[in-house]
Design a protein around this ligand. Structure first.
Ligand SMILES: Cc1ncc(C[n+]2csc(CCOP(=O)(O)OP(=O)(O)O)c2C)c(N)n1
Length: 577
């Protein structure tokens, strides 16, 4: 076959180029402007297409797939409403640095700019929420555009890329050049899989490395704060080695969770707005924070003016624009977290932090065991952990349950906690979990949502049934948009405006979709319900009737510093009704 002169349609070239990038799964939804692509697709059975029920779910599923594999997830939509439905998913991926490649159909070139049927300037709309977006104006550009899209999405600090391809370009005939990544080892590999030399990254000059080593040796109250960069770079072993060699306690941010073993004696917990009191106190008392791949966002720092005033920051970060953005750095080491840690580990001397650890142990609040009683979030999460031997991936939605899932589950598998951190997108869990389940066949995947967020994308149960995607769905039903209700309780004088939320009968909903569903109303029903769900080979829906006005504690009030936690119900509302 003389591949050099082979003529194909743009749509066929697009499919081949996707295959060359190692794509196996696409999440999408057809429509007029993307029909040539869907016409070509059956000729490429190696590309598994998952027909979602809403394009937002396609973007979240691609995001979940990418978070689980480290490789770009792909979503497809038609022009106009199909493309705009992707927007929330792309913004979610953008905020959390997930490599997603979105492909949208566009009206034919001759129609563009005429307000044609289903014409939308999706490039303009997505420019601020993508790493790169490109209108593909000729069939000859397609191969390069796809290659570039995957490269940009995956290299450096990952993020979403959008390719907008007019319908007539998909129909145009062109020459398949085929000079891409096909057959090349690592053509679609994660940064962590790419083998590295031992030379320090260029952003780590010897003077900075030496200064970092000196700071680590001299600190009396050091802490490691591990962010998403640890997971993105796969720096699990390196982080553990640094912590164990120095005895420095490890804090994991919301997106850093499962970057360090939860049960490790050096693991402290989550910082920030809903972080544990002892974690936030440790931050406030610290004299050195080793920040690994995190951007110190406001949910982590609370009021910046009062954040860790006695601490120097050693900031390890891939993106130089993050250095000093929120918290000034004493030393910055720029590069992939894993690479930088490899360089640091070459020089960091063993030490211990025993006195400091004893001090932190004194900050720990005695555990409120009543929290474990009844059908509490802790009891539910303990049971899910037990039934899966701790080895499952949990994809959470946004709200109170998200904080419980972050704080109370004992993660054992690296990268097994997946959630929308930066954008805080309700409706994320169910579709993202589909992507995770396809990326990790044979591994248990749970989507845990509140009754609000679940109703935002529960239509994807149909996708799971049609495609046989075995996600275990758990709804924490408290009858409220719980996190907003909690804020109303504390800061708006209990004015529960627009937060009580009605739900359908989830057991009958499951029945309508033809999947097992069970309502769990008491602790006594918990073990058998979770056990049955784990044993079920396909998707399952469990509804947990939790206490309606349970709150997430502790809580830093808006504008407060990490030193001012609200620890219980007795707190005075800050804003009287
Ligand atoms: C798409 C979207 N809309 C609104 C919000 C604001 N918001 C954050 S948490 C929350 C309540 C979530 O309620 P629910 O899903 O029932 O979970 P719970 O807090 O009760 O666990 C809302 C409305 C959001 N984060 N995302």
């Amino acid at each position: 076959m003389t591949a050099m002169t082979e003529t194909l349609t743009g749509a066929q070239i697009l499919c081949r180029a996707l295959l060359e990038e190692g794509v196996e799964v696409l999440f999408g939804y057809p429509g007029g402007a993307i029909m040539p692509f869907y016409h070509a697709l059956p000729e490429f059975p190696e590309l598994r297409h998952v027909l979602v029920r809403h394009e937002q779910a396609a973007a979240h599923a691609a995001d979940g797939y990418a978070r689980a594999t480290g490789r770009a997830g792909v979503c497809i939509a038609t022009s106009g409403p199909g493309a705009t439905n992707l927007v929330t998913g792309l913004a979610t991926a953008h905020m959390d640095n997930t490599p997603v490649v979105a492909i949208t159909g566009q009206v034919a070139r001759a129609m563009m700019g005429n307000d044609a049927f289903q014409e939308t300037d999706i490039i303009g709309i997505t420019q601020p929420i993508t790493k790169h977006s490109r209108l593909v104006e000729d069939v000859e550009e397609i191969e390069d555009a796809v290659r570039e899209a995957f490269q940009v999405a995956q290299e450096g600090r990952p993020g979403p890329v959008l390719l907008d391809i007019p319908k007539d370009v998909q129909n145009q005939r062109g020459v398949w050049k085929g000079s891409g990544a096909a057959g090349q080892e690592g053509g679609n590999s994660t940064p962590a899989q790419i083998s590295r030399g031992t030379a320090p990254p260029p952003g780590c000059p010897a003077a900075s490395l030496n200064e970092a080593v000196r700071l680590i040796a001299a600190a009396e109250r050091p802490l490691i704060m591990a962010g998403h960069g640890v997971v993105l770079s796969g720096a699990y072993a390196e982080l553990r080695a640094l912590a164990e060699r120095t005895g420095i306690p490890v804090i994991t941010t919301l997106l850093g969770i499962s970057g360090f073993p939860e049960a490790h004696p050096l693991h402290l917990g989550m910082p920030g707005m809903h972080g544990e009191v002892h974690v936030n106190r440790a931050i406030q008392q610290s004299d050195l924070i080793i920040g690994l791949g995190l951007r110190f966002d406001d949910r982590v720092t609370g009021n910046l003016a009062g954040f860790a005033r006695g601490a120097k920051l050693l900031h390890v970060e891939l993106d130089p624009s993050e250095i000093g953005k929120n918290v000034p750095a004493a030393v910055a080491l720029i590069g992939d977290v894993r690479e930088v840690l490899c360089s640091l580990l070459a020089s960091v001397a063993p030490r211990n932090s025993d006195a400091w650890r004893r001090e932190i142990a004194g900050f720990v609040r005695p555990r409120d065991e009543s929290f474990r009683a009844g059908l509490s979030p802790q009891a539910i999460l303990d049971e899910i952990g037990k039934a899966n031997d701790g080895f499952c991936t949990i994809v959470s939605d946004v709200g109170q349950h998200q904080m419980w899932v972050a704080k109370l589950f004992r993660y054992q598998r690296p990268n097994s906690h997946i959630t929308s951190g930066g954008l805080g997108t309700m409706g994320f869990a169910v579709p993202a979990a589909m992507g995770v389940a396809l990326a990790r066949p044979g591994e248990p995947v749970w989507a845990i949502s509140g009754d609000g967020g679940f109703q935002m994308n529960m239509q994807e149960i149909a996708t799971m049934v049609q495609e046989g995607i075995p996600v275990k769905m758990a709804v924490f039903n408290n009858g409220y948009l719980g996190m907003v209700r909690q804020w109303q309780q504390f800061f708006h004088g209990r004015r529960y405006s627009a937060t009580p939320i009605w739900s359908p009968d989830y057991v009958r909903l499951a029945e309508a979709y033809g999947i097992p569903g069970r309502r769990v109303e008491s602790f006594g029903q918990l073990e058998s319900a979770v056990g049955e769900a784990v044993a079920e080979p396909g998707p399952v829906l469990l509804e947990f009737m939790i206490e309606q006005e349970a709150n997430v504690f502790p809580m830093i009030p808006p504008g407060g510093s990490l030193s001012e936690p609200i620890e219980g119900e007795a707190a005075t509302p800050l804003v009287p009704a």
